[in-house]
Design a protein around this ligand. Sequence first.
Ligand code: GLU
Length: 549
Amino acid sequence: MDYKDLADLIFPDAKPIAYYEEKYPERNLPEGAIVTRFAPSPTGFVHIGGLYQSLIAKTMAEKTGGVFFLRVEDTDQKREVENGVTDIVNSLKDFDMPPDEGMISDSEEIGNYGPYKQSLRKDIYQAYAKFLIEQGKAYPCFCTPEEVDHIRKKQESAKIRPGYYGVWAKCRNLTVEEAIEKIKNGEKYIVRFKSPGREDRKIKHKDVIKGNVDFPENDQDIVIIKADGLPTYHFAHAVDDHLMRTTLVIRSDEWLSSVPLHLQLFASLGFRPPKYAHISPIMKNDNGNKRKLSKRKDPEAAVSYYREQGIPADAVKEYLLNIANSSFENWRRANPDKDIKEFDFQMNKMSVSGALFDMVKLLDISKNVISKYDANKVYTESLKWAESYDNELKDILSNKEYSIKVLNIERGKAKPRRDISKWSDVKYCIEYMYDDKFFNNRDEYEFDKISDKEEIKKILKLYISKYYNEADDQTTWFSKIKDLAEELGYAREVKEYKKEPEKWPGHVGDISTVIRVAVTKRRNTPDLYEIMHVLGKDSVEKRINLLAE
Ligand code: GLU
């Protein structure tokens, strides 16, 4: 009896691997095209690090005329949650990064290299495991979990390297006859890889991000097929990335130390290995300590956080490119209006140690991104957000035509307004423009230098009776405020005032602040002329008269 008999006994129905090699041929792509993927497990939590990885993968594929695909790694069925796949698919959709191939909903997929859900690929893994057994490169292991645990404990107390390897790998030396007999007796087993490696030898690996790294060879006989017939991550990675013709594996650097094993698996299976790019995790500064963004402690670690807060996908992507390549910031400064797709992203310039996540910077970028949207887009996006998260804002926005006018204040100019960093800011930024809200809220008037009630009354009364005219253009409007200042004994120009401040009680700016606060209750607003123009005569008069009478 030989290995072939053993392989036939374990996987009687598996197809020869030639079948799959033919079914999933080399891709016909231009020279240099990168085929890469996002391969998450559907655990119900999409981490910002996963989005970061996908953005880099998608960017590299697009830049080289390659393919970006989504593969769902659901072989650990204990960890799976309901809607896990839908969450992943929707996250990529929300960020406008749909895959070229792979899962497009919980149960649908596109592309010729599927299935793209690992639990549906059992036959494929088994065919390749059979192929290894046939050559004596894998074997059934009958050790129970308790026995494996016992081995580990012995190793720990003797202070030697843990694992199933060398002399510890009991089942590696069973003869074919012994193994067949055990199987026929109904003993339970899993399939292990028979590692050809030696721990005292080194391998060299050139990582696209980490550069040259040396490792001892792998000598662990890792499990490739588990008791449930499904593969482990390592084996599935080798089989899938070979058959899906991945050329570059972009993944988290927690897998860097598995590279020796993975290269060994590729070699034993007769596959050409892909290149690897191991991404450092996104870090956070926690009171001076740098640590990984944590799913448990940091709400911003979840991709869903950005949707809930109303931070536009464009801004998040722009920020992620910023932390991925430090040259992005200069490029953006030089090219304020270009699409991020035009940025020449360089994977080998990524940080080896882990980029620091900075929410303040992200919101600042977001302000810029939103400042370039036109009023229609701001309206549509904030309404979409409000429909899920803020009924009050949704009501405010129900008057579409007026709301677009409000949102258009100081927009579409060389220096547009920069007060909105997320859709959840919109309510605060615009609510005073709606009479309903303005007259019914309890906000205090934020008067500044001129705070005396009588003086305020005097200023407003004179303004509304003599100087306010809805039809004025901006220049006339402002020169009338100057006239008003002068008539009341204030400096007409700020410059004059600054030269001799003791000469006047204040200047034109102090007068316009009184008008601004009367009209909005706020000291800081966008352009007052535009605000008054959009509010219209009735509303302006009503607001001013409230304090002038
Ligand atoms: N399912 C693995 C993970 O989520 C994928 C790693 C990879 O990209 O190969 O960590």
